[in-house]
Design a protein around this ligand. Structure first.
Ligand code: ASP
Length: 347
C-alpha cells in the first residue's frame, strides 16, 4: 500500500447518476456515496484499499455532452493536482460514452506523466442492483496505487487498458471496453491488481513529465472533421466539410487496408484541403489492424493527396491527437511529423 493518498476526480457519468422523470441524470454528493458503497466490500478488502481524497466537478455531466474544452480543463486539473505533489496517483470517474475520447486526449496532454492516471466509469449507477460501479472503482484504486503504472489507463470490468488505445465496445455489457490493437496493461486476478509492466510505455515516453496543456482557454468546437466513407459519398458533401473555414484537419475512415474510391473529383477535394494546410489522416473502418496505404492502386490517391497514415490508431486516438496538435504552437511540418510518431503508445 502507498502512503500518499490517491485523488479521485469525479466528472459525472452513469457511475454517479440518479433517476429523474426524464431518465438518468448526473448526481452529486459522490464522496459520501462512495464511502457508503465501500462498506459493502468484505472487511479485508476495505482495509487493503489505498487511501484517497475525492474532488467533485461543480457540475457533473453526462459525458455525451463533453467537448475538447472539457478534456483540456480536466488535463489542467490533473496537472495542478500533480503539481501539489501530494498524490500517489489519480482516478478519474467519467461517463462511458466518451470515456475513450477523454482518456486519449489526457494521454497527449499529460505526456511523460510518472504517476498512474486511471479512468473508470460504469454501465450502472453506484446504487443500482447488480451495479458494476463499485468493482470498477475498487480495481481502479488498486491499479492507481501501483507506481510502476506511468500512463493514462482505463480500468473497466477487471481489465486495465492503455487509455489511448481504448474504445467503448458494448452499449450495456459490464465488459464494455476494448483495446482492439494493443494487449491489456493489467488484470484483476483474485482481487489483486496485476500489472503487465513490459507492456507499459517505452522508456523515452514515460517517467519525465512534459505536459502539453492548452493555454488559450480551449474551444468547445472541434477543428477536426471525422468522415467515414460510405458507398456513394458525394464529393460535394466532402468538399463542404473539409473546406469549411472552421475545419483544420480531417480524419478519413477509409476501406480495409487503406482504400478510397478511384474518383478524380474526390481526390481533388482531398488535395485542395491538404494544399490549404489542413492535416488529413486516414485509418481503417475495420476495428482491427493498421492501414497500409498504397498496397492497392485504390489507395494511391490518398498518398498523392498528402493524406497521412493513421496506422492502427482508434478514431478517438487519431482525432484527439489532431485536436491536440492543432492546439500546440507548432509548424505544419512539425504537426505532420508528430502525427506520424508514436507519442504515447497510440500507434
Ligand atoms: N451517458 C452516460 C455517460 O457517458 C453513459 C455512461 O456513463 O455509461 O455519461
Amino acid at each position: 500500500m502507498t502512503e500518499a493518498p490517491l485523488l479521485i476526480l469525479y466528472t459525472g457519468g452513469t457511475f454517479g447518476m440518479v433517476e429523474s422523470p426524464r431518465g438518468l441524470v448526473p448526481g452529486g454528493d459522490i464522496a459520501r456515496r462512495i464511502q457508503q458503497a465501500l462498506t459493502g466490500l468484505p472487511p479485508a478488502r476495505q482495509a487493503s484499499l489505498p487511501s484517497f481524497e475525492v474532488r467533485e466537478a461543480a457540475t457533473p455531466i453526462d459525458s455525451s455532452a463533453a467537448t475538447p474544452l472539457d478534456w483540456q480543463s480536466l488535463a489542467r486539473e490533473l496537472a495542478d493536482a500533480y503539481a501539489e505533489q501530494r498524490y500517489a496517483g489519480f482516478v478519474v470517474i467519467h461517463g462511458t460514452d466518451t470515456l475513450a475520447w477523454t482518456a486519449s486526449s489526457l494521454a497527449y496532454q499529460l505526456q511523460g506523466i510518472d504517476r498512474p492516471v486511471v479512468v473508470t466509469g460504469s454501465q450502472k449507477p453506484l446504487e443500482a442492483d447488480d451495479s458494476d460501479a463499485l468493482a470498477n472503482l475498487e480495481a481502479a484504486l488498486r491499479f492507481a496505487a501501483l507506481p510502476a503504472l506511468q500512463e493514462i489507463a482505463v480500468c473497466f470490468a477487471g481489465k486495465l487498458l492503455r487509455g489511448v488505445r481504448t474504445r467503448k465496445w458494448d452499449t450495456h455489457a459490464v465488459d464494455g471496453f476494448a483495446s482492439p490493437n494493443y494487449p491489456l496493461l493489467g488484470e484483476m486476478v483474485a482481487g489483486q491488481a496485476i500489472l503487465y509492466a513490459a507492456r507499459g510505455l517505452d522508456d523515452q515516453q514515460r517517467g519525465l513529465p512534459r505536459f502539453e496543456l492548452t493555454n488559450d482557454g480551449g474551444s468547445r468546437e472541434s477543428p477536426v472533421a471525422r468522415i467515414a466513407l460510405w458507398p456513394g459519398l458525394s464529393t460535394r458533401l466532402l468538399e463542404r466539410w473539409l473546406l469549411d473555414d472552421g475545419i483544420h484537419a480531417g480524419l478519413l475512415e477509409v476501406w480495409g487496408s487503406g482504400n478510397i474510391p478511384d474518383d478524380p473529383a474526390l481526390l481533388e477535394v482531398l488535395a485542395r484541403a491538404s494544399g490549404e494546410g489542413k492535416l488529413l489522416a486516414a485509418i481503417s473502418q475495420c476495428p482491427h489492424g493498421p492501414v497500409a496505404i498504397g498496397t492497392y492502386a485504390a489507395g494511391q490517391g490518398l498518398l498523392d493527396a498528402g493524406v497521412m497514415s493513421g496506422d492502427a490508431m482508434t478514431p478517438e486516438a487519431a482525432i484527439t491527437k489532431l485536436v491536440h496538435l492543432l492546439a500546440q504552437p507548432l509548424s505544419e511540418a512539425e504537426r505532420r511529423q508528430r502525427f506520424l510518431t508514436s507519442l504515447v503508445g497510440e500507434r
